[in-house]
Design a protein around this ligand. Structure first.
Ligand code: 5AD
Ligand code: SF4
Length: 420
């Protein structure tokens, strides 16, 4: 999401006459786009900011700005911790960046107003050249999960008009992009006029040149039959769903306000797997949420085993100001959270390895993206299930090609292949 936003910011500033540089040391303006989802993300930003402050003190006229969710989340604390900032702008203020930059003087320019309608729909982000492009189709979130700061920093849910999405997709296809990833905080909540997410998938699938379509992240509660049907009937929509579950305990799911029980979630998984037999699934897990006890945690491990996710993103619960769970505080110590995190990671590694091993000998269609590690003589790409595949370089194979490959060995994170 932040990469996509940075591409929008780049497009806005380029229109205003700015150009980009890879060398921060020669930049007149340095903007840091930030995440506020966990405290750890914020700490890293503060670390980076103090590095950049050195570049600024070497050239005081150089402008240093902070963008994104952290700007929105705790601007007051930020201005204290980083008083040398010239500019602070939240996720709905990017159109005003040229103006804010022009005005910034002794006092920092601050704009963190949330805008219920801003989608940047008319702007073509400055996409990087590549095989895959991420197209934002909706912004914000209305779910208000108890742990999550997103609705407060990115504001209410709003969808990009379908016409703007299609224009973007056609432009990307014309540039040789093969895979489109539709992006949104709760992407399957997309609705614009009469068009829901299933219909949007069908419309994007009709674009010539686009070979693969993915989306992230859907919310389990918005996974309607219409979306599942579009996945079944549109071969371009790839058999992979990232379906954040957060916890395997019904008590914790209720406290989190996730809007589903483990039973409902598992039934959804079953429906998806029946409809799409070669489906890969991944998830997000939080350990150590307020009041999570051993029994709750064991239920999470149990659910991970039951589903058998292909991969997972796993996090220690981080208390975030403004959220509903903030006032509840932390009941699980950091040491205990670390123990639980290590345990879910170890379990997931074992499951991923087992699932990937089962693919040895199988043929897979790999969309080639880039050379793998330098000097390895290998190319890297993705299978339809979004697994990383490595295959030997060959003069005829270029990024953007889809090749048949046979899996010869596997780790928890990649498939090593030969050409089939
Ligand atoms: N603490 C830990 N993880 C969080 N996430 C969101 N908020 C928090 C928090 N306060 C995780 C969720 C979400 C993912 C993007 O980040 O798992 O799905
Ligand atoms: Fe946060 Fe919940 Fe919205 Fe996801 S659905 S962005 S976890 S509030």
């Amino acid at each position: 999401m932040n990469i996509a936003d940075s591409q929008t910011v780049t497009a806005i500033l380029r229109r205003a006459g700015y150009i980009t540089t890879d060398n921060a040391g020669e930049a007149d303006v340095i903007l840091l786009n930030t995440c506020a989802i966990r405290e750890h993300a914020e700490e890293r930003v503060l670390g980076r900011l103090s590095d950049l402050a050195r570049l600024k003190s070497a050239h005081p006229e150089r402008k240093l700005g902070l963008l994104g969710c952290m700007a929105q989340h705790n601007r007051a604390a930020l201005m204290k911790k980083a008083p040398w900032l010239d500019l602070v702008a939240g996720p709905d203020s990017y159109r005003r960046l040229p103006e804010l930059l022009a005005n910034a003087s002794w006092d920092p320019a601050v704009d963190v107003r949330l805008d219920r309608t801003e989608t940047y729909a008319d702007l073509s982000p400055e996409y990087e050249n590549g095989v895959r492009a991420y197209v934002t189709v909706m912004r914000g979130c209305d779910k208000f999960c108890a742990f999550c700061v997103v609705p407060y920093v990115r504001g209410r849910e709003r969808s990009v008009p379908a016409g703007d999405i299609l224009r973007e997709v056609h432009q990307l296809a014309a540039r040789g992009v093969k895979e489109i990833v539709l992006l949104g905080q709760t992407v399957n909540a997309y609705h614009y006029e009469q068009i829901g997410f299933g219909e949007l998938l069908r419309m994007v699938a009709a674009a010539n040149g686009v070979e693969r379509i993915r989306f992230t992240s859907p919310h389990p509660s918005d996974m309607t039959s219409d979306v599942i049907e579009a996945m079944v009937h549109e071969p371009k929509v790839q058999p992979y769903v990232h379906l954040p579950v957060q916890s395997g305990s019904d008590r914790i799911l209720t406290a989190m306000g996730r809007g589903y029980t483990t039973d409902e979630y598992l039934r959804l998984v079953e429906r998806l797997r029946l409809a799409i037999p070669d489906l890969a699934l991944s998830t997000d897990i939080i350990v150590g949420f307020h009041s999570e006890d051993e029994q709750d945690f064991a239920a999470t491990l149990g659910l991970m085993r039951t589903v058998g996710y292909d991969s997972a993103f796993m996090f220690k619960y981080s208390v975030r100001e403004h959220t509903r769970a903030f006032k509840l505080g932390d009941t699980v110590t950091d040491v205990e959270k670390s123990r639980r995190l290590a345990e879910v990671i170890a379990l997931q590694e074992a499951i991923s390895l087992q699932l990937n091993h089962a693919l040895v000998g199988r043929e897979v269609a790999v969309l080639v993206e880039r050379p793998a590690r330098r000097g390895s003589g290998m190319l890297a790409g993705k299978t339809p299930q979004f697994k990383t595949a490595l295959l030997p370089e060959a003069p005829a194979i270029r990024p953007g090609d889809t090749v048949r490959a046979r899996v010869v060995s596997a780790t928890a994170h990649s498939l090593v292949c030969t050409l089939a």
